[in-house]
Design a protein around this ligand. Structure first.
Ligand SMILES: [Zn+2]
Length: 75
């Protein structure tokens, strides 16, 4: 049980056969989590390494959970 397992994915999310989430536009599995809220220093450091994206502090129902590293679609 890792940190990211705590996040619930949306029902329409697509996955490949290894369980990696897929970009709905280019179908790449090079997709990173978008983290909302005020990030810790550790989160900022890891986001700069491309492990995930920072979505800012304003969160609402329509905010995307994922960002494609290839085409930068957020979904
Ligand atoms: Zn994409």
């Amino acid at each position: 049980m890792g940190f990211f397992d705590l996040f619930k994915t949306k029902e329409h999310d697509q996955f490949d056969d290894k369980g990696n989430i897929l970009c709905p536009k280019c179908h790449s599995n090079d997709v990173i989590e978008i983290i909302y809220g005020l990030p810790s220093d550790e989160l900022v450091k890891e986001s700069r390494q491309g492990k995930f994206a920072l979505g800012g502090c304003c969160v609402d129902e329509s905010n995307p959970n994922w960002e494609c590293s290839i085409c930068h679609t957020r979904f």
